[in-house]
Design a protein around this ligand. Structure first.
Ligand code: PMP
Length: 430
């Protein structure tokens, strides 16, 4: 590929101050394949960021690329609002046959606008419409998106402040592991729901991430999630699982809630559902909840057929059997062992750190909140992309593509250890 004729013009001079990743990773990326990106200088970077969870199958996967290229070559429909197209029909068939039926999930599929927040807005709106109630229960450190409805259920104070208007109709409850270990959000919610004078209006829904990605890789246990689902059922409250970041195999199974044996009423999917990094989102819900009237909720880009083509190809390539799920579990164990050891070594040498995660999402949380950003920056200069998350960006978050080879995982983890050593002065080389 020929580079465009670069002049003295610095594109950053017209890009808004709101940009962020271009500041953390100050280079110009040009190509990407599998788990690697390349920049204009020809430097290669291992990608343990994976488009914030949008590239679970890596960059430009050859099978998905071929499907997309031949669809475009054949003048397939690219934009279609919610008209029926071959591409949409094929995707619905693949979703039905490979994802929903094998899991006994009787969900209807709503195509929303193409981003995670679009899926969450549809879920919240539907839950309020079905129940006729206003309040939604959300958790500490939750992240659900940047538009006003999803921002209202998001925890982060700085992001909430950006809304510029009151963000209401939400009752906030501690997520598992938030604050003092004796603080149980489920017990609190149970008590509040159980007493008609508690002052809590019966909520329409509870919205939860099974692993909080942006909130700092906070993992809810299977028991906690099952207790939450039980409580919702007892009080006729809809359970929404926001699987935008943890779905599509990130934690192992296709849906992150499968391990807890629960069946949410509504599920939000986006990020890796197209499999190729193309914008696409879905909201899934139990058939009885389909009370929408035609066009009541809409959006111009619900019919991104290029994304449907790669999504169907991704489902057929990766979800026709349990190979990927098993591989993710195995690779997850490698990350767990390495990070747990690294955290123990750091803590033993006076730099308190903890490893936490599930499947192929892992976090290295530092007590000293300045360290994670410095580790991420040191990793970048060594050729590894890892981002930070958590209230104060105190967690280094690892999201390698699920398709990363064992060698790539080993290489990335070695770079991470080296970056940690450079920043924290410890521990010894692995
Ligand atoms: N929900 C979760 C759990 C997310 O992680 C994100 C994005 N990080 C969103 C919703 C919002 O997705 P988008 O940025 O595509 O609107």
């Amino acid at each position: 590929m020929v580079n465009p004729p670069y002049t003295d013009f610095d594109p950053m001079t017209i890009e808004s101050e709101v940009r962020s990743y271009s500041r953390s990773w100050p280079t110009v990326f040009t190509h990407a394949s599998g788990s690697r990106l390349q920049d204009r200088e020809g430097r290669s970077y291992l990608d343990f960021f994976a488009g914030a969870g949008s590239l679970n199958y890596g960059h430009n996967h050859p099978v998905l690329k071929d499907a997309l290229l031949s669809y475009i070559q054949d003048d397939g429909i690219v934009h279609s609002l919610d008209m029926t197209t071959d591409a949409k029909a094929e995707l619905l068939r693949a979703l039905h046959d490979l994802v929903l039926v094998p899991r006994n999930l009787d969900y209807k599929v709503q195509f929303t606008g193409p981003t995670g927040t679009n899926s969450v807005e549809a879920a919240l709106k539907l839950a309020r419409k079905v129940t006729g109630r206003e309040t939604v229960v959300a958790f500490t450190k939750a992240f659900h998106g940047m538009s006003l409805g999803s921002l209202a259920v998001t925890g982060n104070a700085a992001k909430r402040a950006g809304g510029g208007v009151p963000l209401g109709h939400v009752y906030r409850v501690p997520f598992e592991g938030f604050g003092d270990p004796s603080l149980s959000g489920i017990d609190l919610l149970r008590e509040m729901l159980g007493d008609s004078s508690s002052g809590l209006d019966l909520p329409a829904a509870v919205i939860v991430e099974t692993v909080q990605g942006e909130g700092g890789v906070n993992v809810a246990g299977a028991e906690w999630l099952a207790a939450l689902a039980d409580l919702c059922r007892q009080h006729d409250i809809l359970l929404i699982v926001d699987d935008v970041q943890m779905g599509c195999g990130r934690t192992g199974p296709f849906f992150s809630f499968e391990a807890a044996g629960i069946i949410p009423d509504i599920v939000c999917l986006s990020k890796s559902i197209s499999g190729y990094g193309l914008p696409m989102a879905l909201t899934l819900f139990r058939g009885e909840l389909d009370v929408w009237s035609p066009g009541e909720h809409n959006g111009t880009f619900r019919g991104n057929n290029a994304a449907f083509v790669t999504a169907a190809a991704a489902l057929r390539t990766f979800w026709a059997d349990s190979t990927l799920e098993k591989q993710t579990a195995g690779k997850g164990e490698v990350l767990e062992a390495h990070l747990t050891d690294l955290a123990a070594q750091l803590s033993a040498s006076g730099v308190a750190a903890r490893a936490r995660g599930r499947g192929l999402v892992w976090g290295l949380a530092f007590e000293d909140h300045t360290l994670a950003a410095r580790v991420s920056s040191a990793a970048f200069t060594r050729g590894l992309l890892v981002e930070t998350s958590g209230s104060s960006d105190e967690v280094v978050k690892l999201l390698p593509p699920l398709t990363s080879t064992d060698d790539e995982l080993t290489e990335g983890l070695a770079i991470l250890s080296d970056a940690v050593r450079a920043v924290a002065g410890t521990p010894r080389a692995h």
